[in-house]
Design a protein around this ligand. Structure first.
Ligand SMILES: [Zn+2]
Length: 505
């Protein structure tokens, strides 16, 4: 079936023809077969359906390139730096084991719906549930294209030192109470032994419908043997690798102290880097890292709201791009951005680069910032590149039919400057409420502002009642235990604080 999608403005991201007035996109199956003026494309044979109207603007669907669906329990948790946040988050209430699968399914779906509402048509999900099937099934039911990254992690669960070293700091009585409680990141260990077996099972079960990525959590949370095995397996299978890299200043210190070099230099040294690798965050790179990442074709996924919220600062993306690095965009964990609003993430990504300049450039005042088109590139084609996906992220013939239909009348309420650049107008003003339709792989997921593939109201209601049962059983014991651990956590990191360098290079 051929569908003609009309747009008063079609934002193609095609460098040759970035905006088409009174344009249209012709779709067959999940592919775009024509992009031109509406008048020209209307003559095409076999059009059975027409979408869009005189108020519609059409642009490519977004790719959320670094995301975790499962941070919902940390909503309402006070903001603290990353390492302490990870420890505290592990003490929050969870569902009883018999409800875990249902909870993971519903939570993934309700979270993913928020992404679709803000124009996301493909997301990666870096996840560590005990059972992956309900999480993957949620995406399949919703129809949101999934790049799934089960997490490999086996060490340094409390601090950036061995668990034995940390436990040895505790008084005997406290140590006995803490051991085997699954606190910090010890509760979600998934070592190389079991990881690749699970990966094979997931490939057999879902490999024809989703992309599976090999995802060591970060260099500090895996053994060197595991990192090498991950890289070797990825090379042998042609798979992509994804990991957290240089997110916090303490992570940078971990690498300098234990590896005698930056995380990126260490990864390069053990043969981990290549064009199949993408890194989340990348806030604390050193100068040499930029060269290494650019020359290996590694993509960095920028997560500005999470980076600010957890106090990790902001990544100088303009400098990364000037060094030749490819940068994509992601929302990180849901609890970090609360609303998983990809449009908000794009706005923040644009504005955060506009740092004061000592010399005011006369011609382009934002030469050190990111143009609206650059942010769109990060949010679309660069996200696809992070996972080596071709033909995704532009509205051009041969590209996949992933797109967003926005109601320009609502966007322009109460006013929009008539001389606007439509990319800038969307970047600056668009809200999920302005989006009428979201199409992923040629399939409509959201129509007239309503999710059409699943029953959002029923699912949300079910999730809320499940939360109710969790809250009814709420007790503070695990959080209290974490509070007892915190003085030792600070004692461990105390010497590191003095080593932390305030500048990156
Ligand atoms: Zn992350």
């Amino acid at each position: 079936m051929r569908t003609l999608i009309r747009g008063a403005r079609v934002l193609t991201l095609d460098p040759e023809r970035p905006v088409i007035l009174d344009g249209a996109v012709l779709v067959e199956g999940d592919q775009i077969i024509g992009v031109d003026t509406c008048e020209a494309l209307r003559q095409s044979a076999g059009i059975e359906r027409e979408l869009g109207n005189d108020d519609t603007w059409v642009f490519p669907g977004f790719v959320n390139a670094h995301y975790h669906h499962d941070r919902v329990f940390s909503m309402g948790l006070p903001d603290v730096p990353l390492e302490l946040w990870l420890l505290r988050a592990s003490g929050l209430d969870g569902p009883a084991p018999e409800f875990e699968d249902e909870f993971n399914y519903l939570n993934t779906l309700v979270s993913a719906i928020q992404l679709v509402r803000s124009g996301v048509t493909m997301t990666m999900d870096m996840a560590w549930p005990a059972n992956h099937t309900p999480v993957i099934q949620a995406y399949l039911d919703l129809g949101l294209d999934l790049i799934y990254a089960p997490v490999l992690r086996s060490q340094n669960g409390y601090v950036y030192g061995s668990d034995e070293e940390f436990l040895a700091m505790l008084p005997t009585e406290l140590r006995h109470r803490v051991e085997d409680q699954g606190l910090g990141l010890t509760g979600v260990y998934n070592s190389g032994d079991t990881y690749f077996k699970t990966r094979d099972e997931l490939l057999a079960k879902f490999g024809d419908r989703i992309q599976l990525v090999i995802a060591p959590d970060g260099p500090e949370w895996c053994t060197e043997a595991e990192l090498r095995l991950a890289a070797q397996t990825a090379a042998a299978e042609g798979a992509c690798l994804h990991l957290h890299n240089s997110e916090s200043p303490l992570e940078r210190q971990w690498a300098l102290q234990t590896r005698g070099r930056t995380m990126t230099e260490y990864l390069a040294e053990i043969g981990f880097l290549g064009p199949n690798v993408s890194c989340g965050h990348g806030v604390w790179y050193g100068e040499h890292d930029l060269e290494l990442l650019a020359s290996h074709g590694v993509v960095t996924v920028h997560n500005p709201s999470s980076n600010l919220r957890l106090g990790n600062g902001f990544a100088p993306v303009s400098a990364y791009q000037a060094a030749g690095m490819i940068v994509a965009l992601g929302t990180d964990g849901q609890g970090l951005t609360e609303r998983s609003n990809f449009l908000d993430e794009m706005r923040l990504a644009a504005y955060i680069q506009r740092t004061p300049s000592a010399v005011f450039p006369a011609r382009d005042p934002w030469s050190r910032g990111l143009s609206a088109r650059t942010v769109f590139e990060m949010a679309t084609v660069n996200g696809a590149r992070a996972f080596r996906r071709q033909g995704i992220g532009r509205l051009q013939p041969g590209y996949r039919a992933d797109m967003v239909l926005l109601n320009s009348k609502r966007l322009a309420t109460p006013y929009l400057w008539p001389g606007h650049d439509p990319y800038a107008a969307v970047l600056q003003k668009a809200e999920p409420d302005h989006i009428d339709m979201v199409i992923s792989r040629g399939r409509v997921l959201l129509d007239a502002g309503k999710i059409v593939t699943v029953d959002e109201a029923v699912l949300t209601q079910k999730l809320q009642s499940l939360y109710q049962t969790i809250w009814e059983k709420h007790d503070d014991q695990r959080q209290a235990l974490i509070r007892e651990l915190e003085p030792y956590f600070f004692r461990f990191f105390q010497p590191w604080q003095q080593l932390s360098t305030p500048t990156r290079w």
